[in-house]
Design a protein around this ligand. Structure first.
Ligand code: C5P
Length: 208
């Protein structure tokens, strides 16, 4: 079974995808991490994330970059959002994601375009959303726990800028697949959100 979990930054999709993978015994790929690695590599190369050639060159990042804690920073998230608008970058990362999605036995992938572009045939599709204040608060707590100095208004502004860029890009914009089930986690704690997601996948699996 392929499970596609899409949604904006800090909606809870990563936590939900990890929990679904553990619950159903499937491998999990955080596809945002690939775009973050491209953004980070572009900066390390001294390139410009808005330049298609610089961004494409950064797709040849070494695999060990995926373990770099800097990939989780807001700054790298912003770079990821900028490199991800280039069709060449999306194309370069497509095969890797597609190969993961089509593993025998299935997989869970989370991102922005899993249910629409990477695995449109996924048996279960979730589109996870939450209000900007709820997402900003979560991200703020995560950053504080990681010892990063950030302010709540800055995080909210950054989330909104990234949402706008992800939704308005021409190639694979952030949009729910027509057959995705919407899960709003604004008023749900972690366990309630995971339980709701498991129910959605179980229902989708029954409907197959
Ligand atoms: O999910 P995460 O915040 O780690 O993603 C970072 C950025 O990578 C997103 O803002 C988005 O622009 C891009 N991305 C994407 N397609 C995906 C996953 C992430 O364009 N499947």
């Amino acid at each position: 079974m392929i499970i596609a979990v899409d949604g904006p930054t800090a909606s809870g999709k990563g936590t939900i995808a990890k929990a679904l993978a553990a619950h159903f015994g499937l491998p999990h790929l955080d596809t945002g991490l690939l775009y973050r690695a491209v953004g980070r590599q572009c900066a390390l190369n001294g390139g410009n994330a808005d330049d298609p050639a610089d961004a494409l060159a950064a797709c040849a990042f070494p695999d060990d970059l995926l373990a770099d804690p800097e990939l989780r920073s807001e700054a790298t998230g912003g770079l990821a959002s900028r490199v991800s608008v280039h069709p060449g970058v999306r194309q370069a990362l497509f095969e890797r994601q597609r190969a993961f999605a089509t593993r025998p036995g299935g997989a869970v992938l989370d991102g922005r375009d899993i249910g629409t572009v990477i695995a449109p045939e996924a048996e279960a599709k979730l589109f996870v959303v939450a209000s900007v204040p709820a997402r900003a608060e979560r991200r703020f707590r995560e950053m504080q726990a990681a010892g990063r100095a950030v302010s709540l208004p800055e995080i909210a502004a950054d989330l909104e800028a990234r949402d706008a860029r992800d939704r308005s890009r021409a190639e694979a914009p952030l949009v729910a697949a027509a057959d995705a089930v919407l899960l709003d986690t604004s008023d749900l704690d972690r366990d309630a959100a995971i339980a709701a997601a498991i129910r959605i996948v179980e229902q989708a699996a029954q409907g197959r």
